[in-house]
Design a protein around this ligand. Structure first.
Ligand code: NAP
Length: 485
């Protein structure tokens, strides 16, 4: 019998009032149910918001360094079970065990980083133009905030929303993705075991379509932080702004890597393989367009194909595996559909392109890492997010042409360049339309202590992570204090 996991509301682990559950399936072995989770309904959401509302004033009044101590303690607890948490993540999401362990470590770092923010929560002290007036700003929590998270970073993303929200004095209702709710549950368990007061964090699982509206409509809600697809994010934006809720959206990408003619080809090929295919291409920051100067296009393609064919695809729990499965049947179908579309539109299939079958592959959602050549800017494979291991190769006539292609999309999440030409690199940094810019590094791979977020249609609202994350979760108050003696 698979383990049954409950909602966490008002400090208690409780079943949904719907009395229904849904299975969390291992995408590398669909015969394994990782756990049964609560298929919550609007009544569960109402209970979670009521708990968050009643806990908020006491939590917000607690000195911020003491709020931070709960995060330090939770980090310690999660660290003590890092390997088990990583294995859970691999089983529910499919990424390899080292990738999962790296992500849990990142969640631990995030808890510690924001634990430390409890002793800072910097604001301004600014001189007044009047005599004996002391002016300063201070940060106040917003109140009750909703966090809605995707499946692809099922521990790090909940952590990078929860930690700043909590240290700032907000209380939280967290809804994780239905495809990978266990990693978020482990975070909540760590916070519970750290002694977090009842109602400060509430965890409710269930289909976004079933409980999303109830979350957005709750009277006590002050802000919503969402990471996921543009389609869902844009819908949430419409509803939230009608109520003047504070909204933060982190969404899709179609991230380019420009490779200039001076690049070392082995280095460029290794960087592209890492950025495009690791985590099965299921990173919002994954590279899905390689824009390459004509002079090195053919030799780079050759090296890229050789490296791609050497990748080992399989169950991420096994040693030596480079790439796990896609997360579910629907994502696999999306990948295969885009591969078919690219072929119909005239792109050249250079390698991969098929679902993997036979033996253990038959019980999972495995796909070959895929490279298309001869892609032009008008093709859907050059414009739309696939969210799988599919790389589009595009030829650029020169640097300016590469910049034109790189910026010629509606997204603006991450972008990279591979070159040692400092003048071109500087121009790239200044002209590229992306929130995360890397040089001689993959498009993916962010550090917890720096701000993160995109531009154009990839993102809306304030930045996540690093010192800027607190801006979203706090409201600034300005004080003019006249002292008369
Ligand atoms: P998704 O389908 O938009 O789901 C994201 C979250 O929204 C899930 O918890 C989902 O719940 C929930 N949801 C779905 N419908 C909803 C509704 N009507 N109301 C409220 N919530 C609703 O995205 P995903 O497939 O999980 O994630 C993949 C996408 O996330 C990609 O586009 C990727 O680029 C993006 N992403 C962006 C970033 C970034 O920082 N920019 C990071 C990671 C991922 P259910 O799971 O129950 O459907």
């Amino acid at each position: 019998m698979p383990c049954q996991y409950l909602n966490f509301i008002g400090g208690q682990w409780v079943p949904s009032r719907t009395q229904r559950t849904f299975p969390n399936i291992n995408p590398a072995n669909t015969g394994e149910v990782v756990g049964e989770f609560q298929a919550s309904g609007p009544e569960d959401v109402a209970a979670a918001f009521a708990a968050a509302e009643s806990a908020q004033s006491a939590w917000g009044a607690l000195p911020a360094p003491r709020r931070g101590e709960y995060l330090f303690k939770a980090a310690e607890i999660l660290e003590s079970e890092l390997q088990a948490a990583a294995a859970d993540m691999t089983r529910e999401e499919g990424k390899t065990l080292p990738e999962a362990a790296g992500e849990v470590k990142r969640a631990i770092n995030i808890l510690r980083y924001f634990g430390g923010e409890g002793s800072r929560l910097f604001s301004y002290q600014i001189p007044s133009e009047r005599d004996n007036v002391f002016c300063f700003t201070m940060r106040k929590p917003l109140g009750v905030v909703a966090l809605i998270t995707p499946w692809n970073f099922p521990s790090a993303i909940p952590a990078w929303k929860l930690a700043p929200a909590l240290v700032a004095g907000n209380t939280v209702v967290l809804k994780p993705a239905s495809l990978a709710p266990l990693s978020a549950l482990r975070l909540v368990q760590a916070l519970e075991r750290a002694g977090l007061p009842a109602g400060v964090v509430n965890y409710v699982t269930g289909g976004g379509g079933d409980i999303g509206d109830a979350m957005l409509e709750h009277a006590s809600l002050r802000a919503i932080s969402f990471t996921g697809s543009c389609e869902v994010g844009n819908r949430l934006y419409d509803k939230a702004t009608r109520r003047r809720l504070r909204v933060q959206l982190e969404m899709g990408g179609k991230n380019p890597t420009i490779v200039l003619a001076d690049a070392n080809l082995d280095f460029a090929a290794a960087t592209l393989v890492n950025a495009a295919f690791f985590s099965t291409g299921q990173k919002c920051t994954a590279c899905s367009r390689a824009i390459v100067e004509r002079a090195i296009y053919e030799p780079l393609v050759e090296k890229l194909i050789a490296r791609t064919l050497a990748l080992k695809i399989g169950n991420g729990l096994e040693a030596g595996i480079d790439i796990g499965p896609t997360v579910d049947a629907s994502q696999l179908k999306t990948d295969l559909d885009y591969i078919a579309i690219a072929q119909r539109e005239g792109a050249t299939l250079l390698c991969g392109g098929k679902r993997l079958t036979g033996g253990a592959y038959d019980s999972g959602f495995f796909i070959e890492p895929t490279i298309f050549g001869g892609v032009n800017a008008g093709m859907r494979i050059a414009q739309e997010e696939v969210f799988g291991p599919v790389l589009a190769m595009m030829v650029a006539e020169d640097f300016n042409d590469a910049m034109r292609l790189a910026n010629g999309i509606r997204f603006g999440l991450s972008a990279s360049i591979i070159s040692n030409d400092m003048s071109r690199v500087h121009q790239f940094v200044n002209r590229i339309e992306a929130g995360l810019i890397t040089v001689n590094l993959p498009t993916a791979g962010v550090e917890y202590q720096l701000p993160f977020g995109g531009t154009k249609e990839s993102s809306f609202g304030m930045r996540e992570q690093g010192p800027l994350a607190l801006d979203f979760y706090t409201e600034s108050r300005t004080v003019y204090l006249k002292h008369t003696v």
